[in-house]
Write a protein that binds this ligand. Structure first.
Ligand SMILES: Cc1cc2nc3c(=O)[nH]c(=O)nc-3n(C[C@H](O)[C@H](O)[C@H](O)COP(=O)(O)OP(=O)(O)OC[C@H]3O[C@@H](n4cnc5c(N)ncnc54)[C@H](O)[C@@H]3O)c2cc1C
Length: 492
């Protein structure tokens, strides 16, 4: 089949009813028409349509090595640095469409799947066909151009103990039984963004103790989101059903997050990649190099997000005439620094890329690791800068209905104009700034950037432990050794 159109994605979504709950109600009928989901469904559909745009298609697709069909370029296994640059170009097209506001654009998890499929031998055990499962699943997703989400984290009940030690042993998703058809899973995982994906990867995250009691919690598998017994419990929507004028980001890119509950879900054997193997779970990301490829996509997205903030802040500066103030220049410069830093991390990761043990050109992990530790701190600051520069103007944002009211309109046109823009243009810009910096949608973006890649505290710990500090320590030892020992009068 190869690349899908947006309409194909929408049709398949409506055809794959899922046990999806929001605000106390089960979603019945067409998901693509539900007020909480119709807009994000259209945005995902737009991503798929971009692959068919004749101007973008050469950047966004390649020929499938198995069928010759055009398939999405984020599935391409890179063997050269040029391949990596092509992957980045493709990712930037999707990232720029959503201005970095869609965390589950399909290229994020396509990148993971691409990397784990190349590392398929890692999944083989003495008597299983898990490596074949990984390879075949990658090809299935690539050839059908599916959209994936993933769920990694156990419910946030008691973080002081492991999954097995929770008061309820069936709180965290675990193996209950193995049958001739597959594995039965019961319990929950805490979050999956974009419950409108086609399929879900249920993968390990934090370190799993490799003990007998933890084995039932140690697995990796994939399922359609329409699988019987799989329930998605959404938070309330941050798309309030307003127009693009009123809610420019939330009415387009509200991806939704859901808790995933497994009510004795059957996972067929061919969808199992790791089973009851804590050691393999703990090594999965490092040994397959999935994380550098996922982070490569994430930083491409973050460049788009920083560009977005630079555009918004720079236009605010022009619109209300605050350019001459030095602290304003300093704040916009801070945005520029964030943007250029992210770009530099991307370039560095590609420049120092190397072939890994599976023959895949892998971006250098150190700049990407530093980037993923930087952005969770930088993005909240960028949003703060929007607030600091737009100030009270963020509260002077009439709605579309205000503009449409003939009695109000003259006042709005007069009192909401700005230095060199009309009231309507100023409002359009300030509503965009509000949606990035004040609205629930904007605040969820901040929380997302703080946490979606994991707990920043533990990510910093991982950077501390993985970074080779020895050369720097040696430089200092050499310097110290040049200083004579005061007692002995000789160099130490
Ligand atoms: C908007 C959003 C979207 C998300 N989307 C997804 C998704 O699609 N798929 C998915 O799998 N996950 C998703 N996540 C979850 C994300 O991976 C987690 O939020 C992240 O890993 C942190 O885990 P937690 O939220 O359970 O926090 P917790 O681990 O419960 O941490 C809570 C607090 O306790 C501290 N803490 C807890 N344990 C330790 C420890 N061992 N050492 C030190 N400090 C500790 C943390 O530092 C933090 O301050 C999403 C999260 C958000 C906010």
């Amino acid at each position: 089949m190869g690349i899908r159109t947006g309409q194909q994605y929408l049709n398949e979504l409506d055809g794959a009813a899922r046990d999806l709950w929001i605000d106390g109600e089960k979603v019945e009928g067409k998901i693509t028409e539900h007020p909480a989901f119709r807009n994000i469904a259209q945005s995902v559909a737009h991503l798929y349509d971009m692959q068919h745009d004749p101007h973008l298609q050469p950047d966004m697709t390649y020929r499938s090595p198995s069928t010759g069909n055009l398939v999405g370029l984020s599935f391409m296994q890179p063997h050269t640095k040029e391949d990596l640059a092509r992957r980045r170009t493709m990712m930037q097209h999707w990232a720029r469409y959503a201005h970095g506001m869609m965390g589950r654009a399909p290229d994020y998890l396509n990148s993971e799947l691409m990397a784990i499929a190349a590392a398929a031998p890692f999944f083989s055990t003495e008597n299983s066909r898990y490596s074949d499962n990984v390879r075949k699943y990658y090809e299935y997703v690539r050839e059908n151009d599916l959209c994936l989400t993933h769920t990694l984290i156990l419910p946030q009940a008691n973080r002081g103990v492991s999954a097995a030690q929770q008061a309820d042993p069936y709180l965290a998703a675990r193996v209950v039984e193995k049958t001739s058809e597959g594995v039965i899973i019961r319990g929950a995982r805490m979050l999956a963004t974009l419950p409108l994906a086609d399929e879900i990867l249920v993968f390990p995250s934090t370190v799993i103790r490799n003990t007998e009691e933890d084995r039932p919690y140690a697995f990796a598998f994939a399922l359609p989101l329409s699988t019987p017994g799989l329930r998605l419990i959404c938070r309330e929507t941050f798309d309030y059903g307003k127009s693009h004028f009123d809610h420019p980001l939330g009415s387009r890119f509200e991806e939704m997050d859901a808790v995933v509950v497994f009510h004795d879900v059957l996972v067929p054997w061919e969808r199992i990649f790791v089973l009851e193997d804590g050691d393999r779970c703990n090594k999965l990301y490092a040994e397959t190099d999935a994380t550098p490829h996922m982070t490569h996509q994430v930083i491409a997205k973050n460049v788009a997000k920083a560009e977005f903030i630079l555009g918004v802040t720079s236009l605010i500066v022009d619109t209300i005439g605050i350019e001459q103030f030095q602290h304003v220049q300093e704040k916009v410069a801070e945005v520029v620094i964030a943007l250029e830093t992210m770009k530099a991390f991307l370039v560095a990761s590609e420049a120092n890329a190397k072939l890994n043990q599976w023959g895949i050109m892998t971006p250098d992990w150190t700049p990407l690791n530093v980037a993923r530790n930087t952005f969770p701190k930088v993005y909240p600051r960028l949003v703060e800068i929007v607030q600091q520069l737009a100030a009270g103007g963020l509260m002077a944002i009439p709605s579309e209905r205000d503009f449409n009211n003939p009695e109000l309109r003259p006042d709005i046109d007069r009192f909401y104009q700005a230095k060199n823009t009309s009231a309507v243009d100023r409002t359009r810009l300030f509503r965009l700034a509000w949606d990035a910096a004040i609205s629930t949608f904007g605040n969820r973006q901040v929380l997302y950037e703080r946490f979606f890649f994991g707990d920043p505290v533990r990510m910093a710990g991982a950077l501390y432990h993985s970074y080779n500090k020895e050369p720097a320590k040696q430089l200092i030892r050499d310097l110290l050794n040049e200083t004579p020992d005061p007692l002995l009068g000789r160099e130490g």
